[in-house]
Design a protein around this ligand. Structure first.
Ligand SMILES: *Cc1c(COP(=O)(O)O)cnc(C)c1O
Length: 378
């Protein structure tokens, strides 16, 4: 076999991004400035939301969304166990209690029926995660949220450009949080944003993202502004830099193209990998448009660790998404979680492997991955 190395993921950075960063460096506006404001407008327009607040990570976006909705001590927030630590860490950080719910085996997304069973008088919010770039069953989640008057904060770290019933993710819940971390579909290195139609949430997040100050550095120091500021809240240092926004304003223009390539590649994987015995390909739910931030396969009878090792020896770097939170020492110990309580997440976790899938891969790379899966499982 040819000597190839295919990393698990790589951002797609073009000359436009490079030129824009250089322009930023020369402009003197390194931190939050006009490019951040421009990027926020582009995000809001892209997802169809009234407001977008750019921050330095999706973790910060989730944290600020909870704070803007006044969720804190004594409150419970329902989320999935099948996610990254951020989703639950921020719930703990505001002083609330995360209540974990199992997933469905077909979409790997939170099971709405199990949300219903987890609701108590203390429940204030639900954080569904659009796993891998596929929307959750939002009608059912919003129906339950409406019935019990719960806020929905979407963790859309994987899902900018994904659709639910013909509508882009970003306007269904009270707030939607995106990640622009280097591995995500739109990459600014580190970065994130809150999209919302709610003026109060946007205003509160805007203040909390920069020390609780009532105006940002751009407004204060530009000719339009002045030297005066007030600390209205005890805020955080979560603002996005213009260096990051410089990447974002070009990445977002290319996003539909990136996602189209991801879907096209996923189609090729689907077709070729479904012919290999013991491989279960991911399912696209009929209600939405999957953007394949991840391409998770399930191995029906192979040893997962051995598979990943052999793929690596073939030059293909794989990963696992996610080690469920109910298995993580902090959550297991502090919230008394047992694997028997999450049979679907446990079942998927034990079999799941994420294959490399990103627009920077060539058709040749894709064929090499397919060929390697076939060889390793032979
Ligand atoms: C990456 C990720 C996050 C955190 O994103 P950051 O921008 O790195 O803070 C949150 N939730 C999920 C599901 C993620 O995969």
């Amino acid at each position: 076999m040819e000597n190839k190395y295919i990393p698990f993921c790589q951002p797609m950075i073009g000359q436009e991004e490079i030129d824009e960063v250089v322009d930023t460096l020369k402009s003197g506006w390194l931190t939050t400035g006009p490019k951040t404001v421009r990027f926020e407008k582009m995000i809001a327009e892209y997802v169809g939301a009234k407001y977008a607040v750019a921050v330095n990570s999706c973790t910060a976006a989730l944290h600020l969304s909870l704070l803007a909705l006044n969720i804190g001590p004594g409150d419970e927030v329902i989320t999935t166990t099948f996610t990254f630590a951020s989703t639950a860490n921020v719930i703990v950080q505001v002083g609330a209690t995360p209540v974990f719910v199992d997933i469905n085996r077909d979409s790997f997304n939170i099971d709405p029926e199990k949300i219903r069973k987890a609701i108590t008088i203390r429940t204030k919010a639900i954080i569904p995660v659009h796993y891998g770039g596929q929307a959750c069953d939002m009608d059912r989640i919003m129906e339950i949220a409406g019935e019990y008057k719960l806020a929905v904060i979407e963790d859309a770290a994987h899902a900018i450009g994904a659709e639910y019933k013909g509508r882009k993710i970003g306007t269904i819940g009270k707030a939607t949080c995106f990640s622009f971390y280097v591995t995500k579909n739109l990459a600014t290195g580190e970065g994130g944003a809150i999209a919302t139609d709610d003026a109060d949430i946007a205003a509160k997040a805007e203040v909390l993202k920069l020390h609780g100050m009532n105006r940002d550095a751009w407004k204060r120091y530009s000719k339009k502004g002045n030297w005066y500021y007030e600390i209205e809240e005890c805020g955080w240092k979560y603002n996005m830099m213009d260096i990051q926004a410089a990447l974002g304003i070009h990445q977002i223009k290319k996003l539909d193209g990136f996602n189209r390539t991801r879907r096209e590649y996923a189609g090729i994987y689907d077709q070729e990998l479904s012919k290999i015995g013991g491989v279960v390909i991911p399912r696209e739910m009929e209600y939405g448009k999957h953007i394949y931030h991840l391409y998770p396969i399930l191995l029906e009878n192979a040893d997962r660790a051995e598979f990943i090792e052999k793929m690596s020896a073939n030059g293909v770097q794989c990963s696992v998404h996610f080690i469920p939170l109910h298995l993580q020492p902090y959550y297991r110990k502090n919230f008394g979680l047992k694997k028997e309580d999450f049979p679907n997440a446990q079942w998927v976790y034990e079999r799941e492997v994420s294959l490399p899938l990103y627009p920077k891969m060539s058709r040749n790379d894709l064929d090499h991955v397919i060929h390697s899966v076939r060889e390793v499982l032979r």
